[in-house]
Design a protein around this ligand. Structure first.
Ligand SMILES: [Zn+2]
Length: 234
């Protein structure tokens, strides 16, 4: 299994050539991956992907109709998962994101629960943030998933509106209400009649995933499932 993961992750070797492991920073990597075999083995897998009624599904109970939901790993402080996230979100390390996506994709492929998914929609990022970062981390994760779990990535079908100055100055409750129309379907035809898998890096309260699912679910014949690389225990 570990050998498979290591060799699978080598596909991205042309993108990045680290010498040491992101997880332990001790091991010099035999292959051009971001983690050593020991750190892969220690990743805190949740087992949620093939479990009905798992904690991620429970987040959305009574809020939105979700077919299946799950996260691949627990997000804990000072963990390897947190380090990979930091690499992806703040250090411009796309390879870390492809790897996280690939690991999530392997879990999606190993269960039958997500078989009927037709396409992946990465949660859109605030356009201002995306310009600053240069990419949407959820889209990178989605591309990683696609390499091991063959589904098209529709990253232009839904967009996130840019907050205006006045909106960011509003109170908390008002901002929460505004969250409800932060996302907008811009290509309904691409989504029509499909089972969509919404993908994000982390799920905590599920507020943004819910806000994104609402307009998506309004498109004719659409059903929604949710997958994230990490799950934060509140
Ligand atoms: Zn390591």
């Amino acid at each position: 299994m570990l050998k498979t993961i290591t060799s699978a992750l080598n596909d991205f070797s042309h993108l990045f050539f680290p010498h040491t492991c992101i997880g332990c920073s001790n091991d010099v990597l035999e292959y051009d991956t971001v983690l050593c075999i020991k750190c892969y083995a220690q990743l805190p897998a949740t087992g949620f992907m093939n479990t009905e009624g798992n904690p991620v599904e429970k987040i959305f109970y009574g809020r939105i109709p979700v077919q299946q939901a799950g996260s691949a790993f627990y997000f804990t402080k000072d963990s390897v998962i947190q380090r990979l996230m930091v690499e992806l979100k703040y250090r411009g390390n796309k390879t870390a994101g492809y790897c996280l996506g690939k690991l999530l994709g392997m879990q999606l492929a190993e269960t039958e629960r997500f078989n009927s998914v037709d396409a992946i929609v990465p949660l859109p990022l605030n356009p201002k943030k995306e310009r600053k970062r240069g990419y949407n981390q959820a889209a990178i994760i989605a591309e990683g998933i696609k390499t091991v779990w063959d589904r098209p990535v529709l990253d232009k079908a839904v967009c996130r509106k840019l907050f205006t100055e006045t909106q960011t100055q509003k109170g908390r409750i008002e901002r929460w209400q505004n969250m409800q129309d932060v996302f907008e379907v811009v290509d309904a035809i691409a989504l029509e009649g499909k089972h969509i898998l919404l993908v994000d890096d982390v799920v905590t309260t599920g507020a943004s995933l819910e806000a994104c699912a609402v307009p998506v679910l309004k498109v004719t014949g659409v059903t929604v499932s949710i997958a994230t690389t990490a799950y934060t225990i509140l």
